[in-house]
Design a protein around this ligand. Structure first.
Ligand code: PRT
Ligand code: ZN
Length: 298
């Protein structure tokens, strides 16, 4: 596939920022969803190579994920959404700007279920099948292990079962593929998720458009990590209840129609959530409502 590089000129593409996302596969839908949550509308015709955003200076290229780092290094695309695993494996001159919070997985070593694993030295002299030879080679070198890397492009999990390898190094999310193939995970080499990468030589005008996208992505991510909470608090315990709630500045407190009670509104992060709810109940809070937040701008 070829994409006209001449459109890279500041005039040729009307100053639009060019984003590369996966054409189809695990990251495609979440990439489109994130753009939508950022208020960017993409009309994606089936089998189209590129599409324009209707309400933002952005042009989207649909590519194989493996090719995205190269296109961004070459400046054919200015930015890309791609798995960190692919960024590290391809080792191109691109900058990781932001983690996107989807496509989470890990690149792990797995061996046959019945074998006893001690540490990385288990792999000494063994044959390891992988689609990630660059990352695996570095891992083996760091752990001073000599092993044979057998590069295959797909269905890595079946390699030990058919006698092609003693171990594998592959992506895992739920672990069910490993389980079904009689394998067990022994080491996590890399924890990965989709990231936003950019061309290291982005011109200042395009950087301005990118800054707007980053601002929107961060607002969406913050909103997802937080919940809006409303509760009724007895005034005699109001101080204690407020002290439990962090809020963006401080909680909003409004009097209830019923004497001696107040309504308290605040924002809680997902991690603190259950702990704080317990404490709020213990402090006499009632009628606790928890509401998702769509955007959060601080
Ligand atoms: O066609 P193209 O080259 O663009 O796509 P692809 O087939 O190379 O990639 P794709 O769509 O399979 O994955 C794209 C990206 O999704 C990866 O580079 C990762 O960043 C991310 N990702 C997240 C995953 C997984 N989770 C995942 N589970 N990529 C692959 N898998 C595989 C895993 O290797 C296993 O074989 O899915 C299988 C099921 O996993 P379990 O553990 O849930 O059983
Ligand atoms: Zn791929």
């Amino acid at each position: 596939m070829s994409i006209d590089k001449s459109s890279n000129s500041p005039l040729g593409d009307g100053g639009k920022l060019k984003l590369a996302i996966q054409k189809s596969g695990r990251l495609h839908d979440d990439s489109i969803r994130l753009l939508k949550e950022c208020g960017i509308d993409i009309s994606n015709g089936v089998n189209k190579l590129k599409a324009d955003a209707s309400n933002f200076p952005l042009e989207v290229f649909f590519l194989r994920d493996d090719d995205i780092p190269q296109y961004v290094e070459d400046g054919v695309a200015d930015i890309g959404f791609v798995g960190e695993n692919v960024v590290f494996e391809k080792n191109k001159k691109v900058e990781i700007v932001e983690k996107l919070g989807f496509g989470k997985c890990r690149l792990s070593i797995a061996i046959r279920k019945g074998e006893t694993y001690t540490d990385a030295s288990f792999l000494e002299g063994k044959k390891i099948a992988t689609s990630y030879p660059v990352i695996l080679e570095k891992y083996l070198k760091d752990n001073k292990v000599n092993a044979e890397i057998h590069e295959i492009s797909g269905s890595v999990e079946i390699a030990p079962g058919i006698g092609l390898a003693d171990a594998i190094c592959d992506l895992v999310s739920s672990g069910s593929t490993l389980f079904m193939n009689g394998l067990k995970e022994t080491e996590i080499i890399l924890k990965s998720q989709a990231v936003l990468i950019k061309d290291k030589n982005l011109d200042p005008e395009k950087q301005k458009i990118l800054d707007k996208i980053i601002f929107r992505i961060e607002s969406v991510k913050k909103a997802k990590n937080n919940k809006y909470i409303l509760l009724n608090a007895p005034n005699n315990n109001l101080k204690e209840i407020i002290s439990l709630l962090p809020g963006m500045k401080s909680p909003t407190v409004l009097p209830l129609a019923e004497e001696g009670w107040s309504s308290v509104h605040s924002v809680l992060s997902e991690e603190q959530f259950w702990d704080i709810i317990e404490q709020l109940k213990a402090a006499g809070a009632q009628g606790i409502l928890v509401v998702p937040i769509e955007k959060m701008i601080i």
